[in-house]
Design a protein around this ligand. Sequence first.
Ligand SMILES: *Cc1c(COP(=O)(O)O)cnc(C)c1O
Length: 463
Amino acid sequence: MAVHSKDDIRPNLFDDIYASSTLPVSMPKYRIPDEENDPQQVFQIIHDELLLDGNSRQNLATFCQTWVEPHVHDLMNECIGKNMIDKDEYPQSAELEARCVHMLADLWNSPVSADTVGCSTTGSSEAAMLGGMAMKWNWRAKREAEGKPTDRPNLVTGPVQVCWHKFARYWDIELREIPMEEGRLLMTDEEVLKRCDENTIGVVPTLGVTFTCQYEPVAEIAAALDDLQARTGLDIPIHVDGASGGFLAPFCDPELVWDFRLPRVRSINASGHKFGLAPLGVGWIIWRETQDLPKDLVFDVNYLGGNMPTFALNFSRPGGEVACQYYNFLRLGKDGYRKIHDACYNVAAHLATEISALGPFEIIYDGKGGIPGLCWQLKSSSDVTWNLFDFADQLRTRGWQVPAYTLPSNMEKLAIQRILVRHGVSRDLADLLIEDMKAALDKLSKHPVSVSLTAKEATGHHH
Ligand SMILES: *Cc1c(COP(=O)(O)O)cnc(C)c1O
């Protein structure tokens, strides 16, 4: 190696960052470099690369939080070193989690809210796994006690989020998912009963179906299952997937009976990071009563100086999200949650009116009786020469992410487009979107995309 003077090897501290020693050359992408690099420069490279992600605030596809209060940022920072699993080392974080569990049990009207069990998870997906496992274990114990076979469990759902497909596959359960039909996009009591038998571990209605945002009729399903039990003796529990609705209905629609007020509802999951308004990475599962969670699913972990009961798929997990969930509960109270969500419902209704007035769209859901959001299809009578996927592409050129997708079986032919209105999607932002929609329609009419397709054929067309 050539001998350098000290000045040669010392980086020039006054270099502009983009003219510095590292940045003019390409950074390795798939191998860890051998040597260290300047933190400022590496930070800038990654910061710049992240620019290519969509702007999360303009992502109208996600249910998850993309805006949080400054205090939430501070708490997240404060908790970055805390591990949720180390309940002995961080007893106060564990205490905040326990308080949240009881607050939620109370919010969801558990008859014994001070005595229920539940826990935080990484999201509704993990919570669904835990809820599903409890149903499977309880069903199996009952069957074994009766001396009956336990090899063919099934689960009855409406059109569910993919986490329930995972649950069924991972735990070897037959998923009896009620397909959508023309004019019926949700589960009904009749369709549920057709699929229930002695091997049904439970029924899962969704409060806020992912595809269309609508609530499934939990009370009707519960009544039908009560009736089934009276006729046949089959006692089939309900788990409500309240990923979104669990944090909406109690504040904005308190008369809707969907929760532990129905004795048949044995467990509920919800996503703290959706309408719970916590930052990404927290969900909740609560059982109605302690005995609804089978004892042998709970591990007593003797670890790092403490003996702690845990029920979770993960071990280590960040603690900040739970602290922030607790912050939201205290900071907002029920009134605050209601105001924030009601503002979202109002924006959704406004968008539905405006989008309907644009002409080619037929609103399927306008934000009433479900999640604050809306979805629409192309009118079958409209003779446009483009489809919803083309329209979504046009909006993307202005940064808006308004997904178009086809529905699950049996409605795969129907393409729809959906907007989720969440904390931070203001009336003004909505009006800017409408202006861009008008411009997009104008452009599509001048530069037709799918000229060979009629609108009807085009609705089922994928890019
Ligand atoms: C989002 C969602 C899930 C998955 O929740 P995560 O918190 O993203 O893991 C499950 N079910 C429904 C109905 C959802 O909307």
